[in-house]
Design a binder for this molecule. Structure first.
Ligand code: HEC
Ligand code: HEC
Length: 317
């Protein structure tokens, strides 16, 4: 992790309060107007200079500091800090890299000031709690956790994660698209994304860490040194990362680990197509057939419901 200069702490609570108020004002405006703009996904970038979240050693003492530390622990080691609600082998920081600090890996300092926000995916105003809950449902596959559900609304887990995010956003302007929010968009390549070409990229550049079967590499204690990309312990079909375009954006800017932006756009799309055309846990929104779920939730942008390499994708096996 890169150490960054400390910021004055006195501004912190004021800015958190400002962030919350502005967020609510923005939501009210959107609610009242006829034309809703979806601010839950990264759009036009306003700020030009990169935001620097505070250094770790500036976490304050006292109850707020304790909540920040618990939130950070939940973010880094979700499976051990919240075992009741985690069904995948993943932790939040596996996709939101560098403790949720890394630009272009959906950093939490950029997300914090943007909620509540209207979201097309759900056609309603989402709070930060809703967004975190969504990542538990899809990325953490809470359906197969011991509890069988994400943490209930109001659970301390949300308070602690949100307190950590608010602290990461210390000094960040609220209600503004910050440079580095979300994942990058990779332009559609010359040739249509192809899982077969992607397999060649995967075997050359990814499989030593994520393993040839995509199941990841475990530590002796059962946690993952390198997280699973598909299969029973990965994120499920409803996750944002299961969409090929999102995976291409994440991979282009962040993978192979430590070699950001080393793949060509074509390679990023192809390897994303390979990863997102392997089987993974079922979409929790599927109530009827795969065909019906494909029409409702996967009309474009992913391989759900298609038969690839002889496997009907979506049935979880
Ligand atoms: C040097 C080992 C290494 C290599 C090589 C590597 N990764 Fe990763 N990858 C990781 C680690 C470790 C993480 C989790 C990062 C963290 O927690 O900080 C990760 C995270 C991911 C994630 C998000 C988490 C998940 O499990 O879905 C995806 C997707 C991913 N890698 C795809 C790829 C692809 C595609 C390649 C090849 C182009 C690749 N990786 C190459 C180590 C590696
Ligand atoms: C498999 C990768 C993955 C994991 C693991 C993951 N997320 Fe996410 N997260 C995403 C993707 C992809 C998006 C954006 C696309 C979407 O919303 O579907 C996202 C979006 C978010 C956002 C909104 C960001 C913004 O700028 O609006 C928040 C907040 C968030 N995640 C929190 C979490 C938390 C907390 C955890 C752990 C409980 C977590 N995520 C685990 C992939 C992941």
């Amino acid at each position: 992790m890169t150490r960054r200069p400390a910021r004055p702490l006195a501004r912190q609570s004021l800015l958190i309060a400002a962030a919350t108020t502005l967020g609510l004002v923005a939501a009210c405006k959107q609610n009242a107007g006829p034309a809703l703009t979806d601010t839950s996904s990264p759009a036009a970038v306003v700020a030009e200079t990169a935001f620097a979240p505070p250094a770790l050693d500036t976490i304050p003492q006292g109850p707020q500091g304790d909540a920040i530390r618990r939130g950070r622990e939940l973010f880094l080691n979700t499976g051990t800090a919240a075992p009741r609600y985690v069904g995948s082998g993943l932790n939040c920081r596996n996709c939101h890299l560098d403790e949720g600090r890394k630009a272009d890996a959906s950093p939490m300092w950029a997300a914090w000031g943007m909620y509540p926000a209207y979201r097309t995916k759900d056609d309603r105003i989402s709070t930060m709690q809703d967004r975190i809950r969504g990542c538990f449902v899809y990325s953490m596959n809470a359906q197969i956790s011991p509890a069988g559900t994400p943490p209930p609304y109001g659970d301390d887990i949300y308070r602690d994660l949100e307190t950590y995010f608010a602290w990461l956003a210390t000094g960040a302007p609220a209600g503004q698209e910050l440079k580095g929010r979300g994942f990058v968009t990779v332009a559609k390549p010359a040739m249509a994304p192809d899982p077969a070409r992607g397999r060649i990229v995967y075997e050359a550049k990814c499989s030593t860490c994520h393993q040839p079967d995509g199941a990841g590499l475990r530590n002796p204690d059962g946690t993952y040194a390198n997280p699973p990309l598909w299969g029973a312990r990965s994120f499920n079909w409803g996750a944002g990362m299961a969409k090929t375009a999102n995976a291409a954006g994440f991979i282009k800017a962040n993978m192979p680990l430590g070699q950001d932006n080393s793949l060509t756009d074509q390679q990023a799309w192809d390897v994303a197509a390979y990863v997102t055309s392997r089987e993974r846990p079922r979409d929790p929104r599927q109530t009827g057939s795969i065909t019906e779920a494909r029409q409702r939730f996967h009309a474009k942008g992913d391989f759900y419901g298609q038969t690839i390499d002889g496997d009907l994708l979506g049935d979880g096996k």
